[in-house]
Design a binder for this molecule. Structure first.
Ligand code: HEM
Length: 146
């Protein structure tokens, strides 16, 4: 069932275009990296602040800006990552580092929702967030080489 869906995605017009075009995949990869840099940069500042660094920075002003930047970066990653994934769907889905990236992505999203819902223990939420996003970035890069 999942294997058939992956094979269908791999053979789709979008995936064939992404594999055949000389410019499309590099363009998507560039957007992906810019999105990841925006997301990670914004959240690193917020997470470190939640962990107690730079206490002079007002959280109430920092948090909405950082979250908006992070959501923008996440949208850029999702839109560009979809055709990149389609281009190599079968191999990527079986790649343990790519699986680790998505597990860390899910953990980061759940942690952010929990922080938004009750706001308790901000230092712990900040540390978990920083750890999860570091794993997402490192696994995202290293998955291309294994
Ligand atoms: C939202 C947070 C995300 C972040 C921070 C992120 C980060 C990254 C990073 C840093 C890379 C390595 C880029 C490079 O070395 O040039 C990468 C690669 C990649 N990402 Fe993402 N990504 C995210 C979401 C997604 C999503 C939602 C998808 C798919 C729908 C996706 C699909 C891919 C693919 C296919 C690659 C190439 C992997 C390979 O060639 O082995 N990413 N990602």
């Amino acid at each position: 069932m999942i294997g058939e869906a992956l094979a269908a995605l791999h053979g789709s017009g979008l995936a064939q275009f992404a594999r055949g075009s000389s410019w499309f995949y590099p363009a998507m990869a560039s957007i992906h990296l810019l999105g990841a840099a925006t997301l990670f940069g914004a959240l690193a500042v917020l997470d470190l602040r939640l962990m107690g660094f730079a206490p002079a920075l007002p959280r109430a002003a920092l948090e909405p800006v950082a979250v908006r930047l992070a959501l923008g970066g996440a949208c850029a990653c999702a839109v560009s990552g979809a055709p990149m994934f389609a281009a190599g769907a079968i191999g990527l889905a079986a790649n343990p580092l790519f699986q680790l990236k998505f597990a860390a992505l899910a953990a980061a999203a759940l942690n952010a929702l929990a922080h938004h819902a009750h706001g308790a223990a901000p230092a712990r939420h900040g540390a978990i967030s920083l750890a999860c996003w570091t794993i997402v970035l490192v696994a995202g890069v290293v998955s291309a080489y294994v």
